[in-house]
Design a protein around this ligand. Structure first.
Ligand code: NAP
Length: 260
């Protein structure tokens, strides 16, 4: 399917690895010019080179910066220029226990997973509105639909972002700009591997055993892939998705047991 977005420019945050990289790869395959971002310059530059080599005819720039800081966002936005497609993403908060989190822990989670995407949208939406076209996809989590007990910081921060998007998406839609959220369930990335290591340590079992336990809870019986995730993201950024407004699209292999 031709996604109709060749020649557009996308900023994909936190994209040297994992789900962000999956989104960048799928947009590159659709002919979209990329600005990639992550903190670690080495992995980021290697990803930029690999994506550029795999997809001719597009430009790929890389800005090493912490997207959760004001300086980091300024550096990325300045390098990016006019952005047609914004994919927000950052590392997720650490797991823990509801009784242990301090105010500082909550502020850090809110900064990374709620206020950072909001700041990026505030920066990019006016240009998209002026040009009469734009796509925003926020990578959030299945924890928005069904809370994950050990990820209370994520449950809280992402719920706040979801509320902001629900209200804002409906105000910008008339300008040809859509904002939607993409909710990953368990996907095979470094983040998932570290969560599996934590389960294994807590239970004193091998990591492979911990992974099998998680798979047993997922109707698909496996983790999702970054490629599947990226393909959905690219569709949500496509011309075909122009009537999709303020939605929360869940990719979880059926893990959230709900009718709607
Ligand atoms: P990942 O494999 O650990 O990759 C994270 C990527 O983000 C890396 O490129 C990392 O590079 C970059 N990054 C992290 N913090 C950053 C920051 N402050 N500024 C700029 N770049 C940053 O993680 P993932 O599995 O793709 O997860 C992506 C998001 O989806 C996370 O918020 C996660 O909580 C959420 N999620 C994932 C799953 C899953 O199963 N994978 C499920 C639900 C939700 P650097 O470290 O070099 O910065």
């Amino acid at each position: 399917m031709d996604l109709g977005i060749a020649g557009k420019t996308a900023l994909v945050c936190a994209s040297s690895k994992g789900l962000g990289r999956g989104c960048a790869e799928a947009l590159a395959a659709a002919g979209v010019n990329l600005i990639l971002n992550a903190r670690g310059a080495e992995a980021l530059d290697a990803t930029a080179v690999e994506i550029h080599a795999a997809h001719g005819g597009i430009s790929v720039a890389a800005v090493a910066a912490d997207i959760t800081t004001e300086e980091g966002r300024e550096a990325v936005l300045e390098a990016a220029g006019d952005i047609d497609i914004l994919v927000t993403n950052a590392g997720g908060p650490p797991p823990g226990m509801w009784s242990d989190w301090t105010r500082d822990d909550f502020i850090a989670a809110l900064d990374a997973n709620m206020l950072t995407p909001i700041a990026l949208m505030k920066a990019c939406l006016p240009g998209m509105i002026d040009r009469g076209w734009g796509r925003v996809v926020n990578i959030t989590s299945q924890s928005v639909k069904a809370p994950i007990p050990v990820l209370g910081l994520s449950n809280s921060a992402r719920a706040g972002l979801t509320g902001y998007v629900a209200g804002t998406a409906r105000q910008v839609a008339k300008h040809g700009v859509t904002i939607n959220n993409l909710l990953p369930g368990s996907h095979a990335t470094d983040r998932r591997a570290s969560l599996d290591r934590a389960i294994a340590e807590r239970q004193g079992i091998p990591v492979e055993e911990a992974t099998k336990q998680v798979w047993a809870e997922i109707p698909s019986g496996r983790y999702g892939t970054a490629e599947e995730f990226g393909a959905t993201c690219a569709f949500m950024c496509s011309q075909h998705a122009g009537f999709m407004v303020g939605q929360n699209v869940l990719l979880d292999g059926g893990n959230v047991n709900a009718t709607l």
